[in-house]
Design a protein around this ligand. Sequence first.
Ligand SMILES: NC(=O)c1ccc[n+]([C@@H]2O[C@H](COP(=O)([O-])OP(=O)(O)OC[C@H]3O[C@@H](n4cnc5c(N)ncnc54)[C@H](O)[C@@H]3O)[C@@H](O)[C@H]2O)c1
Length: 254
Amino acid sequence: MNTSNSPLTAIVTGAARGIGLATTQLFLAKGYQVAMVDRDTEELHRAAQGLHNVLPVDCDVSDESQVAAMVQTVLGWSGRIDALVNNAGVADFGPIEETTFARWQTVMRTNLDGVFLCSQAVIPALRKSRGAIVNIGSISGLRASTLRVAYGTSKAAVIHMTKQQAVELGEYGIRVNCVSPGPVKTKLSMAVHSPEIISAYHDAIPLNRYGSEAEIGRVIVFLASEEASYLTGQVVAVDGGFEATGVGLPALRV
Ligand SMILES: NC(=O)c1ccc[n+]([C@@H]2O[C@H](COP(=O)([O-])OP(=O)(O)OC[C@H]3O[C@@H](n4cnc5c(N)ncnc54)[C@H](O)[C@@H]3O)[C@@H](O)[C@H]2O)c1
């Protein structure tokens, strides 16, 4: 709870574009100041231009020393951290036999190691603020599918890490939840979703469409805020109903 005069501060990783940028804008609209973290320096500084109360920080979330420096930079700027959104992610779809160990490690480094490192680094600050972490999973971490041995496994691990963190950090008043988005048209998904995949998703999702960045961001900001003060260890699929469809055979439709 914010009883001081300094504004609430959120760190959003992967904030240069897509879901992270939309989430940054939604935090700003709620009066937070936002540390925008990304390793794509050019896009990050372009995105931060014209936004007020933001601090762009160049950082690769999979690099332990860069993460430690990032947290010190943010604390030097704001003096406090109330929320961390572990949103930075990479996608790589391919058959298991073609997923080289190098490709596997690239996915795990950002999607899994990055969440572990950033979360651990902000614990002292979140203990002081009794703040919150929101991890970004995916429907690919909730339901298995082809071509996602690395991506889907990394996101399933993020979902479990969320529960580990919630259970252990609860006694410090730190809440940890996970948002698992369905498909959203961003640079990440458009690199791996062919036109066939897009139309198959439209068909399989009860709301028959992709989500928007803001539809995901609104749930992230809610979970990070005091509005969700008794909510921890949960995984919220923001997916147009995809997770609820179960077997979902087209032949069984009304
Ligand atoms: N778009 C979707 O359909 C979808 C669906 C489910 C889950 N997600 C998840 O949502 C999150 C955001 O995805 P998006 O679609 O907005 O992607 P995006 O590619 O538009 O944005 C991701 C951002 O993360 C940054 N990033 C990647 N690796 C990084 C690293 N190691 N260190 C720092 N920054 C790094 C990129 O530079 C980029 O700015 C990801 O975790 C993704 O897995 C996306």
